[in-house]
Design a protein around this ligand. Structure first.
Ligand SMILES: Cc1cc2nc3c(=O)[nH]c(=O)nc-3n(C[C@H](O)[C@H](O)[C@H](O)COP(=O)(O)OP(=O)(O)OC[C@H]3O[C@@H](n4cnc5c(N)ncnc54)[C@H](O)[C@@H]3O)c2cc1C
Length: 510
């Protein structure tokens, strides 16, 4: 089956939805097809808690301070022009979100309530309680569903980019009936989100399996900095859960403490900002402490905080405690770091253009240069909306002269597969991928890299045609993303000079 559309957007998180809205505002006649892998709202955006970093109080705060905080968190690897652009665009993008009906919390004087998070020198996080992502996602879905030029397909699995003469002419995938569909587009946009599901413990949605990264990799599109995986220090430790429940760092901004097995705070010994140091510092300190005391978790202590205010400001977290029968005024909450954010991704320019003609990437799957090696908290929703705004402007120009191109209609053939076979590869991958495989000793990094390369080989031998089933393709995407993360890490710490994982994808950016 073939569908033609001006723009196909793979992903219905904040990046994809806001791009559809901005594009429709510029030209309501642009035909746009939005795709999501499962339901419309299942994505990382939905789970975002803390909020969006925006300089709003220009008396206490300034762009310069937000820029300096972002660059300090990114450890000198941020692109300063990108940082300046994103941060100074924030107030305008915030106004647009508000004009689309997004509701954000206000303080007693009626101004936007500004939260504090790790690495920020000022209170500047605008939020909707501790459910900012839910508010953004549900409001934007309503907005986009009312746009006559936008069609939406859910349960659509995009398998690969379709490329002709080094130009992207669309994507191929399976619709909800498992029919092969070629979507021929003048412009193709990947807004496929992150890859936390590669790891044993993650805060990410089940859809965050690195699909956009793997599609780009197979099409030889430039990807960088995948080794910079951000671990969030305070995910609830419940090993049986595929997606760990996250406790926003806004709660540490509100005064929560982290305790070791002896019920002692230990972050004072590590950094002057204690629990509010940046995520990389707090995550490392927790993992070091767990190694030292040979424990599986540390503890979050809310018992000294005002329970009424906690319930009011953090309803999602206090309800979660209630569900678990944890009385947060007495009980400590078990926590440990979880893979949370992919700082690297598909390399894009200031408008979201990738290294391939007619292919664009926005949101968590892209690498803009904003985050460096460590994202500053609450800068990613901001990045998604700034780049979708800027890409809409760029696409509106491109579409004026673009024409549909393709000569050979690609096809893929659906086959049933045994779930258990794929299950083995998924659980093996999760056994390999954890905090230590990326940030541990050189020996652990090297062993993990070898193990993941071997797993890729085994997979390719057993399933030479990964594209014949969405579940198979998703498993391969997870493995290829892991190969990329660990190869780039191993190259960084000069454990290997070059690597190539497979028959299908010898392309790894050094
Ligand atoms: C628990 C949690 C809390 C967070 N809190 C914050 C916060 O407070 N502030 C902040 O700035 N950031 C936060 N983040 C990060 C932020 O939420 C994400 O970076 C951002 O939402 C990513 O948006 P996105 O649109 O790029 O991707 P997503 O919202 O993840 O959307 C990805 C979309 O791609 C689709 N997709 C993927 N693969 C395919 C495929 N093969 N075929 C078809 N569709 C596909 C999915 O179905 C989905 O619709 C948080 C993340 C998590 C997990």
């Amino acid at each position: 089956m073939k569908i033609s559309t001006d723009v196909v957007i793979v992903g219905t998180g904040l990046a994809g939805l806001s791009l559809a809205k901005y594009l429709s505002e510029i030209n309501p006649k642009t035909s746009i097809l939005l795709l999501s892998k499962t339901t419309l709202d299942e994505c990382n955006t939905y789970y975002a808690q803390g909020g969006i970093a925006v300089v709003h109080d220009f008396i206490k705060d300034s762009y310069e301070q937000h820029i300096a905080d972002t660059i300090a968190a990114g450890k000198g690897l941020c692109d300063e022009e990108v940082v300046k652009h994103v941060i100074t665009s924030a107030p305008a993008r915030l106004q647009e979100l508000l004009s689309w009906g997004v509701e954000l919390d206000k303080n007693d004087s009626g101004a936007l309530d500004l939260g504090l998070e790790g690495g920020h020198s000022q209170n500047r996080i605008v939020h909707h309680k501790d459910q900012t992502g839910w508010e953004l996602e549900t409001k934007l879905i309503q907005v986009v569903q009312n746009l006559p030029n936008v069609s939406i397909q859910t349960s659509f699995f995009a398998t690969d980019l379709v490329v002709e003469h080094e130009k992207c002419v669309g994507i191929i995938g399976y619709n909800s009936e498992n029919e092969s569909v070629f979507i021929n587009a003048k412009a193709t946009v990947l807004a496929t989100g992150g890859s936390g599901q590669v790891f044993s413990t993650t805060s990410n949605s089940s859809v965050a399996t690195g699909d956009g990264i793997a599609m780009a990799l197979r099409a030889k599109v430039k990807i960088e900095n995948m080794q910079y995986v951000q671990f969030h220090p305070t995910a609830v430790y419940e090993p049986e859960n595929e997606q760990a429940f996250l406790i926003t760092e806004a709660i540490r901004g509100f005064g929560a403490h982290i305790l070791n097995r002896k019920r002692e705070r230990f972050l004072q010994k590590v950094h002057p900002d204690t629990e509010l140091a940046t995520r990389d510092i707090v995550s490392k300190a927790i993992c070091d402490e767990m190694h030292k005391e040979n424990s599986d978790n540390v503890w979050l202590d809310l018992s000294h905080l005002n329970p009424k205010e906690l319930r009011l400001k953090f309803p999602k977290i206090t309800n979660y405690c209630k569900q678990k029968n944890w009385d947060f005024t007495i009980d400590l909450i078990p926590i440990r770091p979880a893979a949370h954010y992919q700082c690297g991704g598909i390399t894009v320019d200031q408008f979201g253009a990738t290294s391939m003609n007619n292919l664009f990437a926005i949101g968590e799957c892209s690498h803009t240069g904003l985050h460096g090696s460590n994202r500053l908290a609450s800068n990613s929703l901001l990045e998604a909306v700034v780049y979708s705004h800027d890409l809409a402007g760029r696409l509106s120009i491109l579409l004026k002269s673009a024409v549909f191109r393709f000569s050979i209609e690609p096809e893929i053939t659906y086959q049933e597969i045994g779930r258990n076979d794929v299950g083995f590869f998924r659980s093996e991958l999760k056994n390999i991928m954890n905090y230590d495989s990326v940030y541990g000793s050189d020996e652990v990094i090297f062993e993990s890299t070898k193990a993941v390369l071997l797993l890729a080989k085994q997979f390719e031998n057993k399933f030479p045609n990964y594209s014949e089933n969405p579940h198979l393709c998703e498993t391969y995407n997870l493995i290829q993303t892991a190969v990329l993360i660990l190869s780039q890490k191993a190259i960084d710490v000069t454990l290997i000079s070059n690597t190539s994982s497979s028959i299908n994808q010898p392309y790894i950016i050094l």
